[in-house]
Design a protein around this ligand. Structure first.
Ligand SMILES: NC(=O)C1=CN([C@@H]2O[C@H](COP(=O)(O)OP(=O)(O)OC[C@H]3O[C@@H](n4cnc5c(N)ncnc54)[C@H](OP(=O)(O)O)[C@@H]3O)[C@@H](O)[C@H]2O)C=CC1
Ligand SMILES: N[C@@H](C[C@H]1CC(C(=O)O)=NO1)C(=O)O
Length: 328
């Protein structure tokens, strides 16, 4: 019996989830829900249907887990608490400073309706969060660093696309080389947000849009750009499609720490990602957590969860004995 998946929102992440389902034989795509005209949204899975998001509730008995692929800037704060009333859900919410409020909103709706809602799934937040937590639980005396890129942040690109007058955009996150080198040399530097990364945006503006206003809105955007040095380039759609078509990314989490009665021994924990496709990797994480949401709800669990609340075995299609034999 396959785990029946729905996708809400068919953008980069929605398409990635469709691909990830194909790579997970114990899952199947049943439906895609979109705010656009369903006739205009073409999917790859012949056995699945595209519906208007307005009809999602009607299909709640056909779907075991709804994966919500909207943008974090404005979609997920509304969509996830709304649709967890009718489905077990997974989202990729990544506005880090707003996660506590998102958790509370989803938890209220999920608990009241008996569903599981796993939020902030992906790589950061997600796999990087887990590795930061593991490293800190193990090396209690130490220093943490997270670096991303050079690559395309989907969350920041989405946030720029939501600005009035922006037709399309891509945002690159670029690590500051001197900061990287200092960390790699084990100098344990104290680094501000601004000292670790810069951000570079390539923006296609609508005809007649106020470019100075758009640039200012980007550079001062709370939770996304206001703590960074950011460069904004205005280019044509043709240039964006030609020169910035991919969505590669990556990065690493590193923690150096000490052990021993007198802290005489040093250790380094590192977890790194090199991604050809940010959305396809993120979606692969999300589908594994959709499997977990389904199983956890089947056991009677409900409410909002994060990656910290999901035992690793829930993620795998293998059963306990197979896991112990293959990976221990
Ligand atoms: N936690 C993590 O590690 C990660 C999190 N993310 C999160 O994923 C979020 C989604 O990213 P991404 O999929 O790239 O965003 P997109 O802009 O591609 O899609 C967001 C929504 O916009 C709508 N949309 C997509 N394409 C079009 C179009 N051509 N015309 C009109 N509407 C469109 C879709 O909704 P509809 O079909 O209803 O119109 C879609 O759900 C990001 O905001 C980010 O926060 C991303 C990567 C990693
Ligand atoms: N959530 C990010 C995933 C990583 C990348 C990132 C950044 O470049 O700022 N922060 O976290 C994304 O949307 O791509």
């Amino acid at each position: 019996m396959s785990i029946r998946i729905g996708i809400l929102g068919y953008g980069n992440l929605g398409r990635g989830v469709e691909c990830a389902i194909k790579h997970n034989p114990d899952t199947e795509l049943v439906a895609v829900f979109t705010r656009r005209d369903p006739e205009t949204v073409k999917i790859l899975t012949e056995t699945a249907k595209v519906y208007s998001v307005k009809d999602a509730e009607q299909h709640k008995d056909e779907i075991d887990v709804l994966i919500i692929c909207g943008g974090s800037a404005t979609d997920l704060p509304v969509q996830t608490p709304e649709y967890v009333k009718y489905f077990n859900v997974v989202d990729s919410f990544d506005t880090h400073k707003r996660i506590p409020e998102h958790f509370a909103n989803v938890d209220k709706a999920a608990t009241e309706t008996g569903h599981v809602g796993i939020i902030s799934v992906g790589w950061d937040p997600g796999m990087f969060s887990l590795n930061r937590m593991y490293a800190n639980a193990i090396l209690t005396e130490g220093n943490d660093y997270t670096f991303w890129g050079k690559g395309v942040s989907q969350g920041h690109s989405d946030a720029v696309r939501r600005i009035k007058g922006v037709k399309d955009a891509k945002q690159y996150t670029i690590p500051v080389e001197a900061a990287l080198e200092s960390v790699r040399n084990g100098e344990n530097p104290e680094l501000t947000t601004r000292q670790k990364h810069t951000r570079e945006c390539f923006v296609v503006a609508e005809e007649g849009a106020d470019l100075a206003r758009i640039e200012e809105e980007i550079k001062t955007m709370p939770n996304y750009f206001d703590e960074y040095d950011t460069t904004v380039h205005f280019i044509s759609q043709e240039e964006l499609d030609r020169d910035h078509s991919g969505i590669p990314h990556g990065g690493f989490v590193i923690r150096s720490g000490k052990t021993g009665w007198n802290n005489e021994n040093s250790h380094v924990i590192e977890y790194s990602l090199k991604l050809d496709s940010n959305p396809e990797f993120t979606s692969s994480v999300i589908v594994a957590y959709a499997r977990a949401a389904y199983r956890m709800n089947k056991e009677g669990q409900k409410g909002c969860k994060t990656v910290f609340d999901v035992a690793p075995a829930y993620l795998s299609a293998l059963d306990g004995a197979e896991l112990r034999k293959k990976f221990l």
